[in-house]
Design a protein around this ligand. Sequence first.
Ligand SMILES: [Zn+2]
Ligand SMILES: [Zn+2]
Length: 59
Amino acid sequence: MSDQIILPTCTSCHRPITPHEPAVSFPCPNCGKVRIWRCRVCRELAREYTCPSCGFVGP
Ligand SMILES: [Zn+2]
Ligand SMILES: [Zn+2]
């Protein structure tokens, strides 16, 4: 069980992000406490994300 990898989930669509996927992550621009993850699909569609910590909605 020690080889199980915990994948980050996309902040917009909540799907797990695979290690080879060209996803991006960055700290929340408002509070900086949470790392926002965006998968390739959400990046291409420019979906909104909501910070789970402060509720900030960004493009
Ligand atoms: Zn996504
Ligand atoms: Zn935030």
